[in-house]
Design a protein around this ligand. Structure first.
Ligand code: WTA
Length: 649
């Protein structure tokens, strides 16, 4: 693992536009460097300075208690996430500012001001209390992307209940497994939501998940689609009935800084999902700092992060971070191509969105759907773009920059994980020059490095493990109920160092290039290659819309690269075209990166959050069948047709 070889060619660099340098929270490269030095010289002082921007009922006694690998931040301090996201804005001019602008997929819209959101959160919190839910309880959420999802999260935080959001696309079995692990006392759900122009059910899955033994005593059901649902007397409660007659005010509980805020399950490479635990004061400190610095969020911004609240991005950058800094956050319920592939751009234009944050997989989908969709819209309100979730190939980055940002908007490529709680590596838009495909530099206070298996930093352009060497406030505290797994998963590869699976290299400017998960690294003839780089090379061919590259065992070369490729309209797949693509990769990277095999496919198997499931592709390419866990798969048909291709030869 010590030398993932990187063969990617040099790419252009974009300086922060002048308006950004002049007007942003961190203004100019020197300001960024100074913050980094300040944080390195006195990390605890630096983070305390950031935490001071929050409201504390009681100030902490100690900034950090670090007993590796267990951290406690702002020890002895008392605060409340909902208070910080709502109450403290009510005594300012933000009281009547839009907190959430929501649009349903069918086109219905709602706007909540901070005062209105506060009221709804208080009322729902009182509803939860009526059911005996309070401090120390776990509450599951299984919701569509509606404002009530945010209201429920904030209501839990207000009374000290720990929420665990399960993405609405997960199956009943997946929901059951997570709720049992968390020992949830209640589940908040809806009859359903809208997706691809149709209602989809949620309550029915909740019912199925509760068959057999369960700790769940209550189910709260929001009416969204008004499709018929079964209500179990005594257990199930209508959201509206629950809040009817409750008081309009519910005090925000002063909670210990280390009080569990939420558990979010994320899949490991093997075994049962991991319950990543985040707590209160440190998490919010990092979520809000990154909103101010990375997204440069100002009171005049209309900010839209397209993530679902079922993922960590929806927690930190749809709900908690933006509301903590008093921003206007846009929520959209549905898919990007309903009723047509221009929906996102239509939303941007109508709501005058200024900051737009999405995933590379979405950007590649837009590229595939064609330039005419963004071209039909003005997109002139935008000033900053962001990406998250996987390495963005330079072609997609440049398309995003040109077609969406009109070469005016900086792009923040933000590297972080469910486990890190908040953004870790990203350009600050008014300070750090960007290079397409690079997440650039760590944020001040984040001690990221690329190291070999022994923990020694590798040289420029040498690949290695991406690690974090100092604790940071947003870090996960443990895996719920499994300290040992926490230790062995993240802290056992290199002593007292956090490592969560990504390979990376730094270039001569110190910029980080994330090379994908280390299990996505392939060794061909003794050369280690990041599959993301090969994918990026493939996607740089004008015909290729999306590509996934995996390694399969090969007698001669150790491993061989297999590329699964989706072509754009008007291109004919076939053996000749495969050769052309191989020649293209050879040209872009070198002959050693040339795929041994190219498979054309209409769609790649993905998780519902849009990550390509390379694990399944690896199985298909090696054993021609899939026996592994497919519960997170979005589209079974994509997988079936690939497997069939192999059977047909
Ligand atoms: C990948 C999402 C490259 C990475 C917030 C990480 C990225 C995993 C980037 C975490 C990025 C996320 N560039 N890779 N900007 N952002 N990743 O937990 O492999 O859903 O380990 O958190 O996504 O995914 P998760």
């Amino acid at each position: 693992m010590s030398e993932i070889e990187s063969l990617q060619k040099d790419v252009p660099s974009f300086d922060p536009p002048e308006e950004f340098v002049a007007g942003s929270a961190v203004s100019g490269r020197a300001a960024y460097d100074e913050l980094c030095q300040r944080a390195a010289a006195d990390p605890e002082g630096f983070w305390a300075w950031q935490a001071e921007r929050l409201h504390w009922f009681r100030k902490w006694d100690k900034v950090l208690k670090w007993t590796p690998p267990f951290a406690q931040w702002f020890v002895g301090g008392q605060t409340n996430v909902a208070y910080n996201c709502l109450d403290r804005h009510l005594t300012t001019s933000r009281k009547d500012k839009a907190a959430i602008i929501w649009e349903g997929e069918p086109g219905d819209q709602r706007v909540y001001t901070y005062a209105m959101l506060h009221l709804e959160v208080c009322r729902f919190a009182n509803g939860l209390k009526k059911l005996g839910i309070g401090r120390g309880d776990r509450v599951g959420l299984y919701m569509p992307m509606v404002p009530e999802a945010a209201i429920a999260m904030l209501a839990c935080a207000r009374i000290g209940a720990t929420h665990s959001v399960v993405f609405g696309g997960f199956s009943a079995d997946a929901l059951r497994e997570r709720m049992n692990d968390a020992k949830a006392k209640a589940i908040i759900t809806a009859d359903g939501g809208y997706r691809k122009g149709k209602p989809f059910p949620l309550k029915a899955q909740v019912d199925a998940s509760l068959e057999g033994s369960t700790t769940v005593e209550s189910v709260i059901v929001l009416r969204r689609t008004n499709e018929a649902v079964d209500m179990v007397a005594g257990r199930d409660h209508d959201w509206d009935d629950l809040v009817a007659g409750v008081s309009d005010y519910c005090p925000a509980e002063p909670l210990d800084s280390e009080h569990p805020l939420f558990i979010l399950y994320t899949s490991g490479s093997t075994g049962k999902p991991k319950g990543v635990l985040h707590t209160t004061g440190g998490y919010l400190t990092q979520a809000s700092m990154t909103c101010r610095w990375v997204f440069d969020l100002k009171d005049t911004d209309t900010y839209w992060c397209t993530a679902d609240v079922g993922w960590v991005t929806g927690h930190s950058y749809v709900v908690f971070g933006p509301l903590a800094v008093g921003a206007t956050t846009v929520m959209y319920e549905g898919v990007p191509n309903y009723p047509d592939a221009g929906r996102f751009w239509d939303i941007v234009d109508r709501h005058r969105v200024t900051i737009f944050y999405t995933a590379p997989t979405a950007i590649r989908a837009f590229m595939k759907w064609g330039d005419e969709w963004p071209a039909k819209h003005k997109l002139d309100s935008l000033r900053l773009l962001g990406t998250v979730g996987e390495p963005i190939n330079p072609e997609a980055w440049l398309w995003y920059h040109r077609m969406i940002g009109h070469e005016r908007c900086p792009i923040v490529d933000t590297w972080w994980q469910t486990e890190t709680g908040g953004i870790m590596i990203s350009p600050l838009p008014g300070a750090v020059a960007t290079k397409p495909g690079s997440a650039t530099l760590p944020l001040p206070g984040i001690d990221a490095a690329v190291v070999d298996r022994d923990g020694n930093e590798v040289g420029a352009d040498e690949g290695g493990l991406l690690v974090i060497r100092k604790p940071w406030p947003g870090m996960l505290r443990t895996l719920w109920g499994d300290d040992e797994r926490y230790r062995s998963t993240y802290w056992s590869d290199i002593e007292n160092t956090y490592f969560a699976g990504d390979g990376a290299r730094r270039d001569a400017d110190g910029y980080f290039w994330i090379m994908g998960r280390v299990d996505d690294v392939v060794n061909v003839s003794g050369h280690r290659l990041g599959t993301a780089e090969v994918e990026s090379a493939l996607v740089s061919h004008p015909a290729v819309v999306e590509a996934a590259v995996i390694g399969r065992p090969d007698d001669l070369t150790g491993q061989a690269l297999v590329a699964f490729v989706t072509l754009g309209p008007g291109f004919e797949s076939g053996p000749e075209f495969g050769q052309e693509l191989c020649a293209h990769v050879t040209k872009e990277i070198g002959a050693i990166a040339k795929p041994a095999e190219i498979r054309f496919t209409d769609a790649l198997p993905k998780t519902r959050s849009g990550k390509i499931m390379r694990r399944l592709l690896r199985e298909i390419a090696t054993s021609r069948t899939v026996k592994g866990d497919t519960t997170t798969l979005e589209d079974q048909a994509a997988l079936d047709s690939l497997a069939k291709q192999y059977d047909d030869g």
